[in-house]
Design a protein. Structure first.
Length: 152
């Protein structure tokens, strides 16, 4: 049985946009989780019921720009390369109409397991819909073998 059969697909998509309500502890004390941390912690396979989840963070930046991203780090999945390329082409078409100074400051980091893009206020809702559709489609993913941890 392949690992793709063990993963409940499609994953449930959760958008993390507001201030996280939980805290993380470290040796210096307790700190409110960032949007990115909250999305990363939301990603994975829940045990009861057995469901896969992906958290997408939506962070407002300066100059009416928004940063959207997710990381599949807790799922043995990756986005198919043609899916990433389709997203890159869509993003490039939107960015090419911006003035050159704005175009030079906006970014796209699309990988197979982690993904981040920056967009303008006009396009943030469209990108949320597109990412939600892509991540809700089981055909967008390929299974990858889990890395086994070795203990010294």
């Amino acid at each position: 049985m392949s690992s793709s059969n063990l993963i409940p697909l499609p994953p449930h998509v959760h958008f993390i946009e507001s201030r996280p309500t939980f805290y993380l502890g470290d040796p210096t004390g307790w700190h409110r989780a960032s949007l990115e941390q909250s999305a990363y912690l939301r990603t994975g396979i829940s045990t009861d019921p057995r469901e896969s989840n992906v958290g997408i963070y939506v962070r407002r930046r300066q100059n009416n720009r928004y940063l959207l991203g997710f990381d599949l780090w807790r799922l043995p999945l990756k986005l198919r390369s043609e899916v990433v390329e389709r997203l890159r082409v869509r993003w490039r078409a939107q960015v090419d109409v911006l003035p050159k100074p704005a175009r030079n400051r906006i970014r796209f980091c699309g990988g197979c397991t982690s993904f981040e893009l920056e967009t303008t206020l006009d396009h943030v809702d469209g990108w949320k819909a597109v990412l939600g559709n892509v991540l809700s489609d089981p055909n967008s993913f390929e299974a990858i073998e889990r890395r086994t941890e070795t203990t010294p």
